[in-house]
Write a protein that binds this ligand. Structure first.
Ligand code: ARG
Length: 466
């Protein structure tokens, strides 16, 4: 089976081929970096135009190069391009094909450039495009939440701490919490784009070049704000990839928390939401079941995204300046995290827009667990002027009595309440309903429906400008 002659006796046992083939297998990145073909061609076209503009190559050669590159672009897009592992990566695959197509002029394209600045510019262009895709997807998710929030600004539900019923809130308010979270993600994307919006092209291998290149021109042609300012840093920096993965990991974590809530809410025990058939599956043996698979998978895929962040941080952490081949490992992490995050955002946006809200179940749960106990205590402070600590104590006794009588706080009689504190009057019942409790929380950012509507208006206006 294994070719003993070609494969090393000591360590080649598991490999059917010799060292050259093993080297090729570990070294090649064409299997994944072919994804950068469009960016690679864009970068090369801009570079060639700059070389002609500065007189480093002739206009005739430049035209041949640009034509050839455009032909290659079509070949790749039509699936007619033959990628070769022997040619290692996307850069050399394209250059070799260019030589086949246009002959010796192809050899002039790599003047004043190295694969080090080439891969750096290609990957930046790709990550920047992906940042824009994520921004658009986040905006879609936020819009879905704003719509649900508007619809449910007055729908009461229990608010939780420790997953124990704490105080009544509205579902609209809960949706708006996610608007805040995903808007922060969006602003992280915007910040990251701003920081990475510099072109490393022209840093060459690491030290710059003696050719009279115009880095401003290539930066502009490629849509970057300006060229990077240090050639060493230009070829060794992968911060933009790390930032993408950080943003992705944080956003995935938010999506995972939401997924977890959907999993809980859609249980028959909670019954707060009903997922549409498009985002759930049935059980092959238990006909009553409707499983929140999409939410569970969103929750699970967060592990992959975070794993990629930790993976690339670990790749980078011991690298001396400038380029090391280790950095080739940046791409699969980013590609997979991007694909995963795009899918997670799409699935969540679908689920949020689609899920049916069970107002009745939410309202019923909102009233359980003595959720208006704080309102009772606040009433004692406000109306009777009792210090909050004492009011807390009095309320605790009211809760204990209600527990003993197996009723809600609002079902205690006035006599019951007066047996605990004789200052209590009929008026207290006005704060014991969940509806009134929610309505009373009018502090800035609070759960009162009027306040929630105010925040919805704020975000709508702000996002229309973004
Ligand atoms: N495929 C390589 C990578 O992705 C391209 C850069 C190669 N540079 C070099 N000096 N070997 O990192």
């Amino acid at each position: 089976m294994s070719d003993k002659k070609a494969s090393n006796q000591m360590w080649g046992g598991r490999f059917a081929s010799g060292p050259a083939a093993i080297m090729e297998a570990i070294n090649a990145s064409i299997g994944f970096d072919r994804k950068l073909y469009a960016q690679d061609i864009r970068g090369s076209v801009a570079h060639s135009q700059m070389l002609a503009h500065t007189g480093i190559i002739s206009s005739e050669d430049q035209l041949k190069i640009e034509d050839g590159l455009n032909t290659i672009l079509r070949e790749i897009e039509d699936g007619r391009f033959e990628f070769s592992t022997r040619l290692e990566d996307i850069h050399m695959n394209i250059e070799a094909r260019l030589a086949e197509l246009i002959g010796p002029a192809a050899g002039r394209l790599h003047t004043a450039r190295s694969r080090n600045d080439q891969v750096a510019v290609d990957f930046r262009l790709w990550v920047k495009d992906e940042f824009h895709r994520v921004a658009a997807a986040l905006k879609g998710l936020i819009a879905a939440f704003l719509e649900r929030a508007e619809e449910h600004a007055g729908t009461v539900m229990p608010g939780f701490t420790h997953l124990q019923t704490a105080q009544p809130v509205t579902f609209g308010h809960h949706c708006m919490a996610y608007v805040e979270m995903f808007s922060r993600d969006l602003s992280r994307v915007t910040d990251a784009i701003e920081r990475m919006n510099e072109s490393p092209l022209g840093a060459a291998a690491l030290a710059g070049t003696g050719f009279p290149i115009d880095r401003q021109m290539t930066a502009e042609k490629l849509g970057f704000r300006e060229p990077t300012r240090n050639s060493l840093d230009s070829v060794s920096d992968r911060d933009y990839a790390l930032e993408f993965l950080s943003v992705a990991a944080i956003s995935a974590t938010h999506l995972s928390r939401l997924a977890e809530e959907i999993v809980i809410w859609s249980t028959p025990q909670f019954g707060f939401v009903r997922l549409s058939d498009s985002f759930s599956t049935g059980s092959s043996i238990m006909p009553q079941k409707k499983n929140p698979d999409a939410a569970e998978l969103v929750r699970a895929k967060t592990g992959r995204v975070t794993g990629h962040l930790v993976g690339l941080l670990t790749v980078m952490k011991g690298l001396p300046l400038t380029y090391s081949k280790d950095m080739q490992e940046d791409k699969e992490a980013v590609f997979d995290a991007a694909e995963t995050l795009d899918l997670m955002l799409a699935a969540m946006t679908g689920m949020v827009g689609d899920m049916q809200i069970n107002d009745q179940a939410m309202k019923k749960a909102a009233g359980s667990g003595y959720s208006t106990a704080t309102d009772l205590a606040d009433w004692l402070v406000r109306v009777l002027g009792i210090p909050f600590r004492e009011a807390h104590h009095v309320t605790g006794r009211a809760v204990a009595l209600a527990e003993e009588k197996k009723v809600g706080l609002e079902k205690l009689t006035l006599d019951d309440l007066r047996s605990i504190h004789d200052g209590i009057t009929d008026d207290i019942f006005s704060v014991l309903s969940v509806q009134n409790s929610v309505k009373s929380r009018t502090s800035f950012g609070g759960t009162a429906p009027a306040e929630v509507r105010k925040q919805i208006r704020y975000w709508k206006k702000r996002l229309a400008k973004a």
